[in-house]
Design a protein around this ligand. Sequence first.
Ligand SMILES: *Cc1c(COP(=O)(O)O)cnc(C)c1O
Length: 353
Amino acid sequence: MLPPPPPPLRLTIDLDAVAANWRDMARRSAPAAAVVKADAYGMGAREVAARLAAEGCRDLFVATWAEAAALLPLGPGLRLHVLHGLFADEIAFAAASGCVPVINTPESARLWRDAAPGRPCDLMVDTGISRLGLTPAEAAEIAPALTIDVAMSHLACADEPGHAMNAAQLAAFAALALPAARRSLANSAGVLLGRDYAFDLTRPGLALYGGALGPGHTARAVATLEARIVQTREIAAGASVGYNATWSAPRPARLAVLNIGYADGLLRAFGHGGQAVAGGERCPVAGRVSMDLLTIDVTGAPAARAGDWASIEYDLAAVAAASGLSQYELLTTLGRRFERRHIGRAAAASLAA
Ligand SMILES: *Cc1c(COP(=O)(O)O)cnc(C)c1O
């Protein structure tokens, strides 16, 4: 068999931009970890972790043991923390892995104490988000039996700087007297709340991948999406486009049909204000996003031709505002059909190097 032709849609991930965004977080809050769960928000956990390790990042966070396994083995001096803790059927892997489990329940604290006595774990303490974590009372009771690296909590409203929850969670966290080597509270938006929130380690994710955290903050764009034009066509004024005929041409129009759709993560909400650059011009989406196709109005872009590449406008803050999706969703829903290419200074191919 001949090798297959390259896919008609590609996702370019700029590791120099990830590195610059991490350095910005570290400059504001040193030291900064890197959260690389969900395959580094879709940007490639191995590549991102290797590059950030080369930049001096020493602590990485993933959600699950499967995500941890995909990053092993780790080089010396790197710590991989696993946020979702431990079940009994995970303890053997966890203890052998060299990773640091984040303890969220008294049961998992007892499992770790018995299976890996003296080995470091983290404690997640719930200070108000009511998601994962021990209550402050549970944490205080359990802590003396454990060797704690990071005592942490997670902010519920860090992206709303004026929200009263921030100060309340900060006060609750600062009041914990736990025998931990380090304390950590802030995610990306928490870093921007100020030095009070930084403690000994911050845990940015979104900002590393280009997320904008509010007015006054910009990160370098990391993801570039491109799709090939499968076909162009001319339609008469009044002709409708796509499923349910939600868009009609206000004048004779020329359309380009791109090889990308909601199965690739460009959800239907992208139709609200979505744009692509084709033939050197910015062109609006016309009609509904289909599973595999996106139609744009290229009336003003006569140079756009079938077979050309069009780039999707994917400024995270702008697309989030127009679509109603979060910046997190815009990154993590990007699908598997893209040819993913990493650009920027090559990092060590393996985290163990
Ligand atoms: C996902 C996550 C982070 C990173 O949050 P961002 O908002 O992406 O910076 C930090 N800490 C915990 C516990 C998380 O679950």
